[in-house]
Design a protein around this ligand. Structure first.
Ligand code: SF4
Length: 503
């Protein structure tokens, strides 16, 4: 990967051929993507999408001992206020008993800054942040306005390097540059890799002032694994996956969410990097492997019974722990299947529709199939090469499952819900609200205080679906008392009518 020499990480449209527009079946999307003809589709009408700044701030404000400076116009970054509760909860779950929430500033660029440039204002903000908070890291997020007027955030960071104690991390996160919000993950890792992960071990070992201590540290590192938790894992998920890795005798260096910046400095010395979502983790893990030789695994999410077992097997295979992994898998799955027995009859043949990030949507759909449910439609926010593994599993059960690749686009969602009439819709709250107004039961596909990953997650997802299906009355009443914003005629139309290129 040569990207690291560049100031700015490439867009996912170019790096991975990622698309956010498709309507058809899972069989079709798989065939067309592999055939290379799925790229560069577009919509002739689009209803809302998500700017890459949103996932970026969600991840970065969770970091310990750090200040985020949103370098942008007044109001840009305001969505951080909606992330405050989950940031505080993440800090609490990471052991901070007095969580302070997101620590972020804005340069509040005005009209005259747009004319005369915002670099001086940014420099003053960096110096102020360093003086006021004394953080380990100051993260500068460049947004649309500085991107358009050409502010040099890397130059500003460079100029202040000797003046401030914190490490300055300039991140290019201009919303207008990409339609794929997942580009934010690459932008974040790109800056950390360029500015913080240097593999310099001198200070690390200097604290171990005798040979025995150095040997002990080397042994510790032979069992140390990087566990990537980019917006994929709730606090309970982190505990479940750490529990399984600890059972294998491994010690976890968790990053980036809720981590101290030192976790990045330690990352090159781990024995293995473990991803929990290829969409999130590939950029960081590939580079760590290329530059520092740290091997990695992470082709799928540990959501679902088979996926969790496969995840453990892949980790074990890299570290020579296969026998231990098989013993863990056997005892965990036996216990899980016993616990699931009373729930399965109530889930059998119930129908579902799902939406969220690519891998989360598809992996959760596979879990539902394991529970005996029928998947009617999936709506991943985007699609690229990483989706192929889970799509193949869905396709094997039913190649006619409908797929709508869409970031937001509620008009397509509502049309599909009316057509397919699922028993339950499992998505983020911004999607679930539309299903609820159609009278369909809903379950959040990600909730900060719930568990989804590992064996405990598989059980808890089943338990919560069963509970929601038992009593759908609230949403049924809701549908009778609210109006959808669309005309009746829209429901007779093809839901994918505005996606160009659909045959
Ligand atoms: S699109 Fe641009 S101006 Fe709007 S929130 Fe995103 S970065 Fe800020």
């Amino acid at each position: 990967m040569t990207y690291i020499e560049l100031k700015v990480a490439p867009r996912r449209e170019e790096r991975l051929g990622t698309c956010i527009e498709f309507g058809g079946t899972v069989g079709e999307v798989h065939r067309q993507f592999c055939g290379g003809c799925l790229k560069n589709r577009s919509r002739s009408f689009s209803q809302g999408t998500i700017c890459q700044l949103l996932p970026a701030t969600a991840i970065l404000t969770s970091l310990q001992d750090s200040v985020v400076i949103v370098h942008g116009a007044v109001g840009c970054g305001g969505a951080v206020h909606s992330q405050g509760a989950s940031v505080r909860l993440g800090q609490f779950n990471s052991g901070d008993k007095n969580p302070k929430g997101a620590l972020w500033l804005s340069t509040n660029l005005s009209e005259s800054d747009v004319v005369s440039g915002g670099e001086e204002k940014l420099k003053r903000a960096i110096i102020e942040a360093d003086k006021r908070y004394r953080p380990s890291a100051i993260i500068v997020l460049s947004t649309c306005v500085p991107g358009i007027i050409g502010d040099d955030i890397d130059g500003a960071a460079d100029a202040l390097k000797e003046q401030v104690a914190a490490t300055i991390l300039p991140i290019h996160c201009e919303g207008f540059k990409t339609k794929i919000m997942a580009t934010a993950y690459d932008a974040i890792f790109h800056s950390f890799l360029r500015n913080m992960v240097d593999g310099n071990d001198e200070t690390e070992f200097a604290v171990y002032n005798n040979e025995a201590a150095v040997t002990a540290e080397k042994i510790r590192r032979s069992r140390l694994v990087n566990l990537l938790n980019v917006s994929s894992m709730t606090g309970p998920d982190q505990k479940e996956l750490t529990r399984l890795l600890n059972k294998l005798g491994l010690e976890v260096n968790m990053l980036p969410c809720d981590a101290h910046p030192d976790a990045f400095r330690l990352a090159p010395f781990a024995a293995l990097s473990i991803g929990v979502c290829p969409t999130h983790d590939d950029y960081f893990m590939s580079y760590l492997h290329e530059k520092f030789g740290v091997p990695f695994v992470g082709g799928q999410m540990p959501i679902g019974i088979e996926n969790t077992s496969l995840w453990l097997r892949q980790i074990a295979a890299k570290l020579g722990l296969e026998d231990a992994a098989e013993r863990i898998i056997q005892s965990e799955t036996e216990e899980l299947h016993r616990a699931l027995q009373p729930l399965l009859p109530n889930l059998k043949s119930k129908t579902a529709m799902l939406s969220a990030g690519e891998i989360r949507t598809l992996a959760t759909a596979v879990l539902l199939q394991e529970l005996g449910m029928e998947i009617l439609a999936v709506r991943p926010y985007h699609y690229d090469e990483f989706g192929g593994t889970e799509i193949s599993k869905l396709e094997k059960v039913n190649p006619k499952i409908r797929i709508n690749v869409a970031t937001a686009q509620p008009f397509e969602a509502v049309n599909l819900i009316y057509r397919t009439k699922p028993d339950i819709y499992i998505g983020h709250n911004s999607d679930n609200i539309w299903a609820a107004k159609c009278g369909v039961s809903i379950l959040p596909i990600y909730g900060t205080n719930s568990i989804y990953s590992g064996y405990a997650g598989a059980y808890d997802v089943a338990r919560r679906i069963e509970r929601h299906l038992k009593n759908p009355v609230f949403n049924e009443h809701l549908a009778k008392n609210v109006r959808q914003p669309y005309k009746e005629s829209w429901y007779a139309e093809d839901p994918f009518k505005y996606i160009k290129g659909v045959e």
